[in-house]
Design a protein. Structure first.
Lengths: 101, 1007
């Protein structure tokens, strides 16, 4: 069971959360202007990283807020969590590659 | 006679406490401290079971959890039968009853052994190549027969009557394994003040030290005799306030973020367990730091005939002698590739066994301490030999060896040595299971011939034999170092500086893979995986047939796939495959380690979540009334809903027919409390609703309701429900029962992450409102006397309106809505008043023939009106147009969730499945939901392609015939056509009709 740090509530066990898919996928501001391919990309295309993955979690059994996280999919370690609307902390991204000391 | 197999003194058993037990219905005696294996061995029993595929007679191979052969069933009573238990792990108790498995009629005379004769025809993977024809025969003949012939134990047939507990724990340092390494680690960590949990699968602490002779061992730790060090360390840890010691507790799984699963066995060792106490307890331990001191397992040798009863691992024979006082044989041959096995020879020799020969497969005589001691004791040693084969049916009788020269050619005559005990040792394999489960990376150590823990992915350290540090003093030093380092990393201050790490092992030894055979040697079965009967020839066959990946070889040959998970076979198998492929072992790779390390009872994982506690049960405020009035309930998600209210003597069909007619002719009362309710509030509430649901909400007046449809952005219907506008900035949104949580989650997703600029917030009010539906021509007459503050006349309260007022003195939100097609209202009151208001309405309705009805009637009535149920008629692949609901969409809205997807050309295709009604030619024939629609009657040689399916189907009491809804390709352009529905008894002719079967004009809504 993962330990996840909610930016609002602190470190809580995985049971309290629901996974929310890949992060930073903005719904196109003008859907009518999207081609079918573009809309399909928005609906279905997702990254499948072996390594750092930016994703969303929702603290359903806590504050009920969405937040973002950087997780290494090979180790399930969380590198960072940050609020909706924020960008991933740059330092965290840099330190993400390479082995764990 | 049995006294010959038990030493007079010594060991960790208590000879003052004899225990009586039964194995295969024979009585035996053992002692407290025995395992079932050691006790049977001490009674001269060597035959423990029959192998999985070939039904070969098998005895013990090991003394611990790695045992692959001696799987028994332990029976306490008719409900407490545990199959496939390793006899080496069964603690003996008085009255124990156990049985061997996989044999008939008996262990000694097993008819299954005939499959051994078929061996040439059933090599690895044979089931992929045979039993292919005729195709039908697989299901009817082959599979049942194969299942009956194969298999190990018999599964219990009664429910598990025992209870299982669970506990969560946190600590600074978790030490897995309480051999000398783990004990040293725990001692060092606890000395720094760390909170320590120490666990071991054995009932006693000490690990490998328990295999030392209690009378003649010269093992020393830190300058004192090992047994004294052990006793004082165990005492210290037991008394330490910050140390929790868990025995009989297996660390079975390593999960992310340093969570480990431990399974603690509480009562299996007791003669009379208290059945009010849990049988096992599963610990989930979150440790800041973990020290793995899981030891190493001895590797068997691969040579022809290496599986007969009486052929054991050398270390196991030593354990049986020194720990349990059980002599495994009297004429002993030891075959070894390392020095450690010489200790077994010496100990057995001292106990009075006759060591016929020590056969060393290595080149040149070793000058280590132990071989020197063996020479001094006068034991005969042969070097550079291989084993050609063995003989003996129910017990090994002799072994044939031969010296080989450097090029593998015979360098002497073959020699036959009579023996009743053949010990083998191929070296040690460090136990890296938990480290690998933690996603740590292993690296191949060429010198040791082992995979060792390299790069950790969690906060974990390995110490002692499990990381290739085998000698006792070094292992203790390694453990102490790991314990201190772990305490330090956990944040405790460590007074002294960390001791140095021990030097690497000086002497590398051991052999991997099959022993070399001289050319032209007669091929016999050389077993690699004992439990699944996999031989070295199976592995070379797999390589020859083109399998390159070790994962494929594993699954093709089933090596390592038995309940022992390859503890004694994986490395040898890998070596054989690597040699066949002419690749280095690390390149061929290891298969993935998965939990559990050893089998864990299902009950331990279930814990208390069984029976009534398996899932929470949600009930409405009116539930008890329904139960008292005879309701039959159904599960809708976690909710209990009344399905129908049978009167005495009524079955479901009669009850539903009566309820349906009562609603259409008089009045029905229905509990709709389970439907989801969401309060959407704020200045931008209407904007939010416009963006979420397909409808145009800005033109919905306050005090009015509208049927809302919610799509996903892929254009498919996700949920539906009536939405009421209570104020300019306040909407009361209803959802389906099952969709409530999902709708709220979807709304929150958009609100929080897409449209956070909107001033709107959402509250679930599903459990806050009790909902009582009153439906039927008399509905208004029933409610009028009870309702206060609201004029509910037809003029004042039109269909699809909402008003606030009071009923029976309590606050009420009254909606005039109908899911039945009759005049109808939904009374919403705060949940605490639900029951009282229900009863008041029910009482007031008596003079009008009010009838409680359940979900089954609700389904029939709405189907008669062609109203869909999301989840039944819409399954996530249905668009509004498919369902005939295009009219609900607000066309002038620039955007809403799903709008863009609806513009896909594919969604305009005339070949999409569309909602229609089906009327069977025989009006009393009720179609099966899910049945497929075909264009013509099926003929035997031709299969028609289905063009749709039945989504809802019922008998309609008001129409006196069956009705059905269906999704049909080009449905709306097929009205009037005759098609066929495939049912078990044949193809049923149906006519395509409108989905509205009753009151097409909708006039009954007005009463």
């Amino acid at each position: 069971m993962l330990l996840i740090e909610c930016p609002y509530c602190g470190v809580r066990p995985e049971l309290e959360f629901v996974y929310g898919g890949q992060a930073h996928i903005a719904r196109p501001a003008n859907p009518a202007a999207c081609s079918d391919e573009q809309w399909a990309d928005f609906l279905y295309w997702r990254e499948n990283n072996k390594g750092v993955h930016a994703e969303r979690w929702r603290h359903t059994h806590g504050c009920a807020r969405f937040f973002n996280a950087l997780r290494d999919t090979t180790t399930d370690h969380f590198i960072a969590t940050y609020r909706v609307g924020e960008r991933p902390p740059a330092a965290a991204l840099e330190g993400a590659s390479g082995s764990r000391s | 006679m049995s006294r010959v197999f038990r030493t007079a003194s010594g060991g960790h058993i208590d000879r003052r406490r004899p225990l009586h037990f039964r194995f295969d219905d024979r009585e035996y005696t053992g002692f407290a401290g025995d395992t079932l294996a050691s006790a049977l061995l001490a009674n001269g029993v060597h035959l423990f079971g029959r192998s999985f595929k070939y039904h070969r007679p098998r005895g013990l191979l090991g003394a611990g959890p790695e045992e692959p052969n001696a799987l028994v069933a332990v029976c306490r009573d008719s409900a407490r039968v545990t199959p496939n238990v390793r006899a080496t792990q069964v603690e003996l108790y008085d009255g124990l009853e156990a049985y061997s498995q996989n044999r008939w009629p008996s262990l000694a005379l097993d008819f299954g052994a005939v499959s051994g004769l078929l061996a040439p025809f059933i090599p690895a993977g044979f089931y992929y190549k045979t039993f292919m024809w005729p195709r039908d025969a697989w299901r009817r003949l082959y599979e049942p027969k194969i299942r009956a012939a194969a298999g190990l134990g018999r599964a219990p047939e009664q429910a598990d009557p025992d209870t299982y507990a669970n506990r969560f724990a946190h600590c600074d340092v978790l030490v897995v394994g309480a051999g000398p390494t783990g004990l040293a680690a725990a001692a060092a960590a606890s000395a720094c003040g760390a909170r320590v949990i120490l666990c071991d699968e054995q009932p006693a602490l000490g690990g490998s030290l328990l295999s030392e002779s209690t009378t003649h061992s010269d093992a020393m730790i830190n300058g004192e005799p090992a047994d004294r060090w052990l006793a004082s360390t165990v005492r210290m840890l037991a008394a330490h306030p910050r140390v929790r010691v868990l025995t009989r507790t297996t660390g079975f799984g390593y999960f992310p973020h340093n969570l480990l699963g431990l399974n603690q066995r509480l009562s299996d060792h007791l003669a009379r367990p208290d059945h009010n106490q849990p049988r096992e307890r599963q610990w989930q331990v979150r440790a800041k730091e973990v020290v793995l001191a899981t030891g190493a397992l001895e590797r068997p040798l691969v040579f022809p005939g290496n599986d007969r009863p009486g052929i054991l691992l050398a270390g196991a024979a030593r354990t049986y002698l020194n720990r349990y006082g059980a002599l495994a044989g009297s004429r002993v041959v030891v075959v070894t590739a390392c020095d450690a096995a010489y200790q077994a020879a010496l100990d057995l020799h001292r106990a009075g066994a006759s060591i016929k020969a020590i056969v060393d497969v290595r080149v040149g005589s070793s000058d280590g301490e132990l071989p020197e001691a063996a020479r001094r004791a006068g034991l005969s040693i042969e070097t550079q030999c291989t084993v050609l084969g063995t003989s003996g049916r129910l017990r090994v009788r002799a072994v044939r060896i031969q010296k080989l020269d450097a090029s593998g050619e015979p360098a002497g005559p073959a020699r036959r040595i009579r023996c009743d005990l053949l010990l083998m040792s191929g070296g040690l394999t460090p136990s890296v299971h938990l480290f690998s489960q933690s996603r740590g990376k292993l690296s191949w150590d060429e010198r040791l011939g082992a995979f060792l823990p390299a790069q950790a992915a969690e906060r974990v350290r390995s110490a002692g034999a499990c990381r290739g540090v085998f000698s006792l003093d070094s292992a203790v030093q390694d453990g102490a170092h790991a314990g201190l380092a772990a305490a330090q990393s956990a944040g405790l201050s460590v007074a002294a500086s960390l001791p140095e790490l021990p030097p690497p092992e000086s002497s590398a030894s051991g052999v991997l893979g099959a022993l070399a055979q001289p050319p032209g040697a007669r091929a016999g079965k050389a077993f690699v995986d004992w439990q699944n009967d996999v031989t070295s020839r199976d592995l070379t066959l797999a390589a020859r047939e083109g399998f390159r990946s070790i994962e494929h070889v594993k699954r093709y040959t089933t090596t390592g796939m038995a309940t022992d998970q390859g503890k004694t076979s994986n490395i040898n198998a890998l070596a054989i495959v690597a040699r066949e492929l002419d690749k280095p072992m690390p390149q061929v790779g290891l298969t993935t380690f998965r939990m559990p390390y050893t089998p864990v009872s299902f009950g331990s994982f279930a814990g208390f979540a069984r029976g009534e506690l398996f899932d929470p049960v949600r009930t409405t405020p009116m539930h008890d009334w329904a139960a008292r009035n005879g309701a039959v309930f159904e599960d809708v998600g976690l909710w209990k809903r009344a399905r129908y209210f049978p009167r005495p003597g009524e079955g479901m069909h009669a009850a539903v027919a009566r309820e349906c007619l009562a609603v259409r002719q008089h009045c029905g009362i229905f509990d709709g409390s389970t439907l989801g309710k969401i309060e959407v509030v704020g200045k931008d509430a209407a904007t939010f609703m416009n963006r979420m649901y397909v409808n145009a909400w800005t033109n919905l007046a306050v005090g009015r309701c509208r049927y809302g449809i919610l799509l996903r952005d892929d254009g498919f219907i996700y949920d539906d429900g009536v939405v009421a506008r209570k104020a300019d900035d306040r909407f009361h949104v209803t959802t389906t029962t099952g969709g409530a949580a999902g709708v709220l989650a979807l709304m929150e997703d958009y609100r929080q992450t897409e449209w956070s600029d909107l001033n709107v917030w959402l509250t679930s009010t599903t459990e806050q409102w009790a909902v009582i539906a009153v439906q039927g021509p008399s509905a208004r007459r029933v409610l009028e006397p009870l309702v206060e503050d609201i004029d509910i006349s037809a003029a004042a309260m039109p269909h699809m309106s909402v008003a606030r007022g009071r009923i029976c003195g309590v606050p009420m939100l009254l909606m005039r809505v109908s899911f039945t097609g009759e005049l109808g209202f939904e009374v919403n009151v705060p949940a605490d008043f639900g029951l009282a208001v229900w009863q008041a309405i029910h009482t007031a309705g008596q003079e009008h023939g009010i009838t409680p009805y359940g979900t089954e009637t609700m389904h029939v009535l709405r189907a008669e009106k062609g109203y869909i149920i999301v989840g039944q008629d819409a399954d996530g692949t249905v668009t509004p147009d498919d369902a005939g609901l295009w009219w609900a969409i607000g066309r002038s809205k620039p955007d809403f969730v799903g709008k863009r997807a609806l513009q896909r050309p594919a969604f305009a295709s005339p070949y999409r499945k569309q909602l229609v009604g089906l009327a069977t030619r025989d009006p009393q024939c009720v179609l099966e939901e899910g049945a497929q629609i075909v264009p013509a009657r099926q003929r035997t040689a031709v299969r028609e392609v289905p063009i749709g399916h039945v989504t809802s189907s019922y008998h309609s009491a008001i129409l006196g015939r069956s009705i059905a809804l269906a999704l049909l390709v080009s449905g709306r352009s097929r009205l009037g056509e005759t098609l066929y529905v495939s049912m078990p008894d044949g193809d049923i002719p149906v006519q395509v009709v409108s989905p509205v079967f009753y009151d097409a004009q909708g006039s009954r809504l007005n009463g």
